[in-house]
Design a protein around this ligand. Structure first.
Ligand code: KIV
Length: 283
């Protein structure tokens, strides 16, 4: 991975100046089967993209932003306009990672044509390199339709949060032989349809391993298996922004506690008239 870059923070917080511009490409990611593990994190804002970019191969503008940024109860209420606004911000804040934007619930399921229209808007209005959509065998035709028309698709099988109402919750999937066989068939169908990579979410470990061994494209696990070709986490989970820590999450920081402490210190400084001090004043 190239680390030769500069961020021109003197001119704008939101516009890193790539020097040289060396963004990874979708074909480069597609080749990472049984190779160096792929690093993916979600990002929803330009500043977070700037901070994560050099460490990641892929930045996913996940529809998890509905819960993480907007406080919605599920991702079902996320709109295409929300995804496009955040997708454009993440593209502006990054120069190295491949940016993938989730197609939200309701924007692609009806037909391949509907999916193409939504995905084309995402690509035109954000500058992202690919879209992600949830679903297995039922989405294979759509994945093939988009891929053959120049829109790289990352697929997503196993626990598919947009289907929470049909699944009845967010529990791990693939515990029964029948369900495991269906999810494996889903994975094979979307890979054969042309997905350049496949998110495998919330399935029992042996199934994630089996999917990874079976499909030709790289798999990216979340609550899946270390055998996957890469891993993804929701960045706010990884940073310790939420009290609830699902089993599949490892917290790599305790940011909520640190923000709480910084806010408390600021509040005390204001109340005690210690802030602003002489050094923050214009004389
Ligand atoms: O929306 C999202 O953030 C995702 C990841 C959890 C894979 O789909």
């Amino acid at each position: 991975m190239s680390t030769t870059f500069t961020l021109d923070t003197s001119t704008s917080r939101a516009h890193p100046v790539p020097e040289p511009l060396r963004r990874l490409t979708v074909p480069a990611i597609a080749k990472r089967k049984n190779a160096e593990p792929i690093v993916m994190l979600t990002a929803y804002t330009a500043r977070m993209a700037q901070l994560l970019d050099k460490h990641c191969d892929l930045l996913l503008v996940g529809d998890s932003l509905g819960q993480v940024i907007y406080g919605l109860d599920t991702t079902v209420k996320v709109t295409l306009d929300m995804m496009i606004a955040h997708g454009a911000a993440v593209v502006r804040g990054s120069y190295h990672s491949v940016v993938v934007v989730d197609l939200p619930f309701g924007s692609y399921e009806a037909s391949p044509q509907a999916a193409f229209e939504s995905a084309a808007r995402v690509m035109k209005e954000t500058g992202a390199a690919a879209v992600k959509l949830e679903g297995g065998t039922a989405m294979a035709e759509t994945i093939s339709f988009l891929s053959r028309r120049g829109i790289p698709v990352m697929a997503h099988v196993g626990l598919t949060p947009q289907a929470v109402n049909a699944l009845g919750g967010y529990g791990a999937r693939g515990r029964s032989e029948a369900e495991a066989a269906t999810i494996l068939a889903d994975a094979v169908a979307v890979a054969e349809a042309g997905a350049f990579a496949l998110v495998v979410e919330g399935v029992v470990e042996p199934l994630a391993r089996r999917i990874t061994e079976t499909v030709a494209c790289p798999t990216i696990g979340i609550g899946a298996s270390p055998a996957c070709d890469g891993q993804v986490l929701v960045v706010d989970d990884m940073l310790g922004m939420f009290e609830r820590v699902p089993r599949f999450v490892e917290r790599f920081d305790d940011l909520a506690v640190r923000i709480d402490s910084a806010a408390a210190t600021y509040a005390t400084a204001v109340r005690e008239r210690q802030f602003p001090s002489e050094k923050q004043l214009y004389r």
